[in-house]
Design a binder for this molecule. Structure first.
Ligand SMILES: CC(C)(COP(=O)(O)OP(=O)(O)OC[C@H]1O[C@@H](n2cnc3c(N)ncnc32)[C@H](O)[C@@H]1OP(=O)(O)O)[C@@H](O)C(=O)NCCC(=O)NCCS
Length: 245
């Protein structure tokens, strides 16, 4: 398995170098291991995995993520109401294609006849307890910001509890204004306008994530195939022993 990890990591490093060589601007920096974390778009077929990830959060994390101690039923309802057409849902997968982190960028289009069309966004994120402190939360926010720029959103809002030090750090680092109201803090980030450069960056970031996912899928299928072959060989060997007795 160490071999597979090395293979995936080196492909990630190579992918980053190729993108840089091709002159593609990367708004998302690599992590401490110089690896660009692949952030995938999640789709309705990922709903069971999103639900599994959110249900794995403990009571305190659920409180921090949703602003209240969400029970299993409330989480299930939240998952079922995700709007994949309007919003962006991102995920980070491990090499076994299990979800380690999920981010939700809700897009609000405040269009009415009198006012000018104004788009705003709201960000929420959760990282599995075993994967915290690796910069995933920060990288998911950067990915969401990239999209918000290209979607012409003017602001991104984050509702966080005032005790949520890592989340507030992510928001502050991005330049958001923090407004504390007792136990809650609202972080508001003014989104710079997107341009051709950010559009290209988003396109290539997605392509890179998709390629990385496909490689992990192929590696997983390969190991599954090898396990099946091994089982068949063992079965044949056992059959030979039996017939020889
Ligand atoms: C908030 C959360 C998403 C952060 O995810 P993460 O991947 O661990 O965060 P990162 O590794 O990107 O760290 C972000 C910053 O917070 C800092 N940090 C991490 N844990 C910290 C802690 N316990 N106290 C203070 N700072 C902390 C990191 O050092 C980093 O700062 P840096 O960039 O200056 O080094 C994660 O803790 C989580 O899922 N919490 C439960 C759900 C939640 O709170 N969601 C947010 C509400 S919308």
């Amino acid at each position: 398995m160490a071999f597979v990890q090395t293979l995936i990591n080196s492909l990630a490093v190579k992918g980053r170098k190729i993108l840089r060589f091709a002159g593609v601007p990367l708004d998302i920096e690599p992590n401490a291991h110089d690896v660009l974390v692949p952030i995938c778009h999640l789709h309705p077929y990922n709903l069971p995995d999103i639900q599994k990830h959110l249900l794995s959060l403990n009571a305190q994390d659920r409180y921090l993520r949703f602003g209240y101690a969400a029970n299993d039923e409330q989480i299930t309802h939240y998952v079922q109401s995700l709007n994949f057409k309007r919003d962006e849902i991102y995920g980070i997968f491990n090499r076994d294609l299990q979800i380690l982190a999920v981010a939700h960028l809700a897009i609000y289009d405040n269009e009415n006849e009198k006012e000018l069309k104004q788009i705003s966004a709201e960000f929420g994120v959760s990282v599995h307890a075993s994967a915290r402190g690796r910069g995933y939360g920060h990288q998911l926010f950067k990915r969401a910001l990239m999209h918000a720029r290209n979607a012409n959103a003017s602001t991104i809002l984050i509702h966080a509890l005032s005790e949520n030090a890592p989340m507030l750090k992510i928001a502050r680092k991005a330049g958001a204004t923090l407004e504390r109201d007792g136990s809650e803090t609202q972080a508001l980030l003014k989104v710079p306008k997107g341009n051709l450069r950010t559009l290209m960056a988003e396109l290539f970031t997605d392509q890179y994530a998709q390629t990385n996912y496909s490689i992990k899928e192929d590696v997983k299928n390969f190991w599954y195939f090898m396990t099946q072959v091994q089982e068949i060989r063992q079965g044949v060997r056992a059959g030979r022993h039996q017939s020889a007795e």
